[in-house]
Design a binder for this molecule. Structure first.
Ligand code: ADP
Ligand code: MG
Length: 696
């Protein structure tokens, strides 16, 4: 690859190099792949008399007069930093027009009367007639006339760069470095797919000769990008099949005991996922599976089986969760559902199932380190404190990641490396994404989906109301509280902020206490100490509090079955996925849940759209699709850290067909050449980012 630094290019000094770096362009190859975000057709020259006001047009004309005004220093302030004005009158057989450039006095040396000029710019009218301000220009026959009379690419750039500058830079890179740039797509694949080679494709992306050629090149790069990402996926998968893992004998008695402890019958969908996981655990290479399912479908129960089996086979299991409160909740659930298992016999569950969290003392943490190394602790639950350096396991056999979208792939990899052999790995996610995306994002993971909710679960009644209904909403909450149910009230901020529209939790808490004197309310938010937070949740869980006044810290994972109503204030401030997660908190029992959103009267169109979607759509799967449409793939993907190269041209939803082809081609290739060692794959190898490969 061309790792040549950018300051080797003409016109690129240290300052511009930094600007380029900010765009993610670090070397010559990056620049070659810095594609236009759109194109403009500048092939048709207009006659001067036909120029339309406020339109961008290209004109070919002769300079008939020029005028350069240079302002003395004392006048500059008055004219807002304008040092000079250069005007040229252009003329063709139909008329004339004035072009004006500011602070470019040097133009007077090239743009002289009699010179033929091609320009491109927007036509404006002023008191002195029509004119074009600061048009792009080129002397005719000048080989730098890259931008005029052609289809040209428009690049996303910081204000310090002009389009013309980047075109020149790319043009020179194409001229000088292209021959050294190798084609990641092997020749036989290019022939089979009938796609142009890298040199032609890069030329056509930046300086298309026609719309068709531009499109052909774009498709090639979509394929290339998806193909490279899928190669990575299959390389990871292939590597795993060579890894030695722990093979667990899934004991029937272990599984039966857990079933009994759970106290409910698994859904068909849960049963299916369980079978798949148990099968994986028996194999001698490590499991890598994602368990997907909407909020509240019962993923924890399935993970519990894997953890129980692991511990009963004499190995240690680690469960990583995004918040401390969740860690304690999971520990409690595990203690209940693993009761009576072999590994717990004659032991106090509190000694072998432990939580590691930031609220422990140094001493306690060190004890945990010791007990993990000695193998005394069999199951450890924790936040990202689990990936701390001090942690080493004696015999790590299973890693479970809950709410995996909250973690980076790197963290998952770090945790997996803490044992001596590669552990089985189960990741769980409640962000349901369309299958096509799942393939490209999690293609290296096997997938299980829990597609149904436990029997008797009721869908929340969702209502979006305006401020004027507040009294009525409070009355409604009172009714629910009177029935013995509990209520969450969620606020967007903790304290008063500059934004007058937002209701701050601390102030509203007092109002809630006044409004509901007969009930007990507790606060729960991120400024509280860990211990206080855990105490507050415990009080709520034990029904010592009726109302939990909270921020979105309740968003993930919390499981309190008797809390069946939630009021969200300023819901316009929350994303769709977030609102759906919040709603998931109250759909956890047989009771009818109520989800109420209270917003001010006038919201912008996008916020209204979101609130309409959440009011009408109960399915997390559909909501994720709508979310994707509203936010676009870049933003959506940004939040799912997936350890694949960033996609620049491809959009896995729109380009689903190409994704399938790329996936298949990658699969075939890795099947034949799992180490990419064949000479015909040498160039491909050069283009694989192996730093991503290690993050598995
Ligand atoms: P999530 O998938 O969102 O993590 P949880 O695992 O927290 O969901 O489960 C939500 C609630 O549903 C828990 O209280 C759990 O005990 C209960 N649950 C799980 N599976 C079933 C089932 N098959 N029948 C009845 N309740 C279930
Ligand atoms: Mg969960």
């Amino acid at each position: 690859m061309n790792e040549i630094p950018l300051h080797h290019l003409k016109g690129v000094g240290p300052r511009r190099e930094i600007l380029f770096n900010n765009l993610g362009v670090r070397n010559v190859t990056d620049l070659l792949y810095y594609f236009p975000s759109r194109y403009q057709d500048r092939r048709n020259f207009k006659k001067i008399k036909d120029l339309e006001v406020d339109e961008f047009s290209a004109v070919k004309a002769k300079v008939c007069a020029v005028n350069l005004k240079i302002f003395p220093y004392f006048l500059r302030k008055k004219f807002k930093k304008v040092k000079s004005v250069f005007e040229a009158i252009l003329e063709d057989e139909t008329g004339s027009i004035c072009c004006t450039w500011f602070n470019q006095a040097y133009l007077s040396e090239t743009i002289k009367p009699g010179v033929s000029l091609v320009i491109y710019g927007k036509v404006k009218v002023s008191s002195s007639g029509r004119q074009i301000i600061a048009p792009e220009y080129a002397i005719e026959q000048d080989d730098q006339a890259l931008g005029i009379g052609k289809i040209i690419g428009i690049y996303k750039l910081p204000s310090e760069f002009t389009q013309k500058f980047i075109r020149k830079a790319i043009s020179s890179v194409l001229k000088n470095y292209l021959p050294k740039h190798s084609d990641p797509l092997p020749y036989y694949l290019r022939r089979r797919k009938n796609v142009p080679n890298i040199a032609k494709s890069l030329e056509e992306m930046h300086f298309p000769s026609s719309w068709e050629d531009a499109e052909e090149a774009r498709e090639r790069f979509i394929f290339e990008e998806l193909f490279l990402s899928q190669i990575l996926v299959y390389l990871r998968k292939a590597k795993r099949n060579f890894q030695q893992g722990a093979s667990f004998k899934a004991l029937k008695s272990t599984i039966e005991k857990i079933r009994k402890n759970l106290g409910f019958k698994l859904t068909t969908s849960q049963e299916k996922s369980l079978t798949q996981i148990v099968d994986d655990l028996k194999k001698s290479h490590p499991m890598h599976r994602i368990l997907q399912g909407d909020v509240g479908c019962g993923k924890t129960a399935i993970a519990t089986f894997a953890i129980g089996i692991c511990a009963d086979c004499g190995f240690q299991a680690a469960l990583m969760v995004p918040t401390e409160v969740l860690a304690f909740q999971h520990k409690e659930t595990l203690e209940k559902s693993l009761k009576g298992l072999k590994f717990l016999s004659r032991r106090n569950p509190g000694e072998v199932i432990k939580v590691i969290s930031s609220s422990l003392t140094k001493r306690e943490v060190e004890d945990i380190y010791k007990e993990l190394r000695s193998g005394k602790i069999k199951v450890i639950v924790g936040t990202h404190s689990l990936v701390q350096e001090g942690i080493k396991f004696k015999k790590l056999g299973l890693v479970v990641i809950d709410e995996q979208h909250r973690f980076g792939v790197a963290q998952r990899a770090l945790l997996s490396k803490k044992g001596k052999i590669a552990p089985h790995c189960l990741v769980m996610s409640a962000t349901p994404i369309p299958r096509s995306l799942a393939l490209s994002l999690y293609g290296d993971l096997d997938s299980s989906v829990i597609s149904q909710m436990p029997n008797g679960r009721k869908v929340a009644v969702t209502r979006w109301v305006k401020e004027k209904n507040r009294a009525e909403v409070y009355e409604f909450l009172r009714k629910i509280l009177n029935k013995g149910r509990q209520v969450y009230i969620v606020y967007p901020v903790i304290e008063e902020s500059l934004d007058q529209d937002l209701r701050p939790l601390k102030i509203m808490y007092k109002k809630i206490v006044e409004e509901f004197p007969e009930f007990k309310a507790k606060m729960f938010h991120g400024q509280m100490k860990s211990k206080e937070k855990i105490k507050a949740i415990k009080a709520f869980k034990d029904k010592r509090a009726d109302i939990l006044v909270s921020t979105t810290v309740v968003e993930v994972g919390l499981n309190i079955e008797n809390a069946t109503a939630m009021l969200v204030e300023n819901p316009e401030r929350f994303g769709l996925a977030q609102l759906h997660q919040l709603r998931g908190r109250i759909q956890r029992s047989q009771h009818q849940p109520y989800f109420t959103l209270i917003s001010r009267e006038n919201l912008n169109a996008e916020a209204s759209r979101r609130l309409e979607i959440i009011s009408k759509e109960p399915s997390g799967f559909k909501i994720a699709e709508e979310d994707l449409k509203l936010r676009g793939p870049g933003d959506f993907f940004g939040n799912l850290q997936h350890g694949l190269p960033n996609l620049k041209v491809a959009n896995p939803i729109e380009d689903l067909e190409i994704l399938k082809q790329a996936r298949f081609s990658a699969y075939e290739l890795i099947k034949k050449d799992p180490y990419l060692s064949q000479p015909r794959h040498r160039c491909l190898r050069e283009h694989i980012d192996f730093s991503l490969f290690s993050k598995q």
